[in-house]
Design a protein. Structure first.
Length: 248
């Protein structure tokens, strides 16, 4: 089941996550995530199939160690939907996830910070035509961004984090990205996405911005978490901002 918006969306480029289009003329897609250890292949696949049956178009799995990367190699060919590998602190796990055949990577700029590592991953992803989500998280920014913005999380700091990461990608000719700027505070999350959507740095010569992945991080359990996530996501979709949304 695809999510759709009754409101005109801002023009964005399309990236392909496996066979699923994100951005451009594609419908707004729904993503969720597994909570199993990815090394548990059967358990993880059971969750993926359940999520797909519930309407998820894309599913994210963690890739935080070698066992998880090995699990992905068995999960990806058996999954009914494209798989995104969530990379934590080790850039080599991103390379291993690519070798496992994942359809997309999620990199947190606050966790992998060395430019040479970031560019190595972007180059490898480009060689395989695998997109990357620049997944900025208000709770894990690069420490120098906290300092530059008064010691706390701001929308400006989150957008600057995304801008830095994309600039490094572009140094190796990689621009196949989608971006998220998530925060646990709904008002801050909305402000950051609005700022990002209006930033010309992310717009190409045809006037199309990068596709945006919407979500509220650490929204919490039901029912409050569902209300909190929906408040932020629905507000932005009503303004034409957003190409894929994440519920967990």
């Amino acid at each position: 089941m695809e999510a759709s918006s009754a409101f005109p969306r801002r023009p964005t480029r399309k990236v392909m996550v496996g066979a699923v289009g994100v951005g451009g003329d594609s419908p707004v897609t729904v993503q969720s995530m597994t909570t199993t250890k990815t090394a548990d292949v059967d358990g993880t696949l059971a969750q993926i199939y359940a999520l797909a049956a519930a309407g998820a178009d894309i599913v994210r799995c963690t890739c935080n160690d070698v066992a998880a990367a090995e699990g992905l190699a068995h999960i990806v060919p058996r999954s009914p939907v494209p798989i995104v590998a969530d990379i934590h602190h080790q850039y080599k796990m991103a390379l291993a996830a690519l070798e496992a055949g994942v359809h997309c990577l999620r990199l947190n700029p606050g966790n992998i910070r060395r430019p040479e590592h970031i560019k190595a991953v972007a180059k490898a992803a480009g060689e395989r035509s695998v997109p990357i989500r620049i997944g900025v998280n208000g709770g894990s920014l690069d420490p120098d961004l906290y300092e530059r913005h008064g010691g706390h999380v701001t929308a400006e700091a989150m957008v600057e984090s995304a801008r830095r990461e994309l600039a490094l990608f572009r140094e190796v000719g990689f621009d196949d990205v989608k971006i998220s700027v998530k925060a646990s505070n709904v008002a801050l999350m909305i402000e950051a996405y609005r700022m990002l959507a209006d930033d010309p740095f992310f717009v190409d010569d045809d006037g199309r911005s990068v596709p945006l992945h919407l979500g509220v991080t650490e929204a919490g359990p039901l029912p409050g978490g569902l209300v909190k996530a929906t408040a932020g996501i629905a507000t932005l979709l009503a303004e034409g901002i957003g190409d894929t949304i994440r519920y967990s």
